[in-house]
Design a binder for this molecule. Structure first.
Ligand code: HEC
Length: 106
């Protein structure tokens, strides 16, 4: 009785140790994300293009204060293009999609 209980305890300890190890590994794997310079911009297709193009004049985070549907974001992006934002048509389109997905209307 006694020995089976202590075996149970050591198995729980092993499980706990495994869990702690896995947690530490997961934390280590997330390390690069913590050094992300734009934590308020969620991951997604078009994110890199958006950061590159929308950083030309101001922090790309300007966009993360707003919520909009695709039409609304297209208007904003068109407005930025009018100010001189440089990108290809395809890149602007990708940016609009990224923004509409990342910062949809409330
Ligand atoms: C050529 C320079 C330039 C680029 C590139 C640029 N912007 Fe802007 N953006 C501005 C300026 C200047 C303002 C300041 C607001 C104004 O004067 O209307 C601004 C303001 C904003 C605002 C706030 C507008 C408001 O009315 O509150 C948002 C959102 C924004 N930009 C998003 C973007 C996005 C998204 C991109 C990438 C597609 C981008 N910007 C690229 C020049 C630029």
């Amino acid at each position: 009785m006694r020995s089976s209980r202590s075996r149970f305890r050591s198995r729980s300890l092993l499980l706990l140790a495994t869990w702690m190890f896995a947690t530490a590994l997961a934390a280590a794997a997330q390390e690069p994300a913590k050094k992300d310079e734009h934590p308020s911009l969620p991951p997604g297709e078009g994110r890199d293009v958006m950061i590159r193009v929308c950083s030309q004049c101001h922090e790309p985070e300007m966009a993360s204060d707003q919520q909009n549907d695709e039409k609304g974001w297209k208007a904003t992006v068109d407005q930025m293009a009018g100010k001189g934002a440089e990108a290809t048509e395809a890149e602007f389109e990708q940016i609009v999609k990224y923004l509409a997905k990342s910062f949809p209307p409330k």
